[in-house]
Design a protein. Structure first.
Length: 90
């Protein structure tokens, strides 16, 4: 489970992240697991079944132009939420 100022993301057992708004209604379903949120940048990451990392804009729930299609072994946002560290298996 991850939260932003007005959204909640819950990972389920079907490789999905369910995103709920502050009113309690579901506003989206994203593919992946292990969500992480940067409240500062208003971004959310998910991991795919093959280890790929997808970065989503929390306002639109759309992925920006940057995707990490290699197997990612570690990712985390910095403490200030302005940077994302990604380490791939390569």
């Amino acid at each position: 489970m991850v939260t932003s100022s007005d959204q909640l993301g819950l990972a389920d057992d079907n490789n999905r992240v369910l995103v709920y708004g502050s009113n309690g209604g579901q506003i989206g379903t994203l593919l992946g697991s292990r969500p992480e949120v940067s409240r500062t940048a208003n971004l959310l990451t998910t991991r795919g079944l093959n280890g790929e990392l997808t970065l989503y804009d929390l306002q639109t729930l759309q992925p920006p132009a940057v995707n990490f299609d290699r197997r990612v072994v570690f990712s985390t946002f910095s403490a200030d939420g302005k940077r994302l560290l990604v380490l791939s298996a390569n």
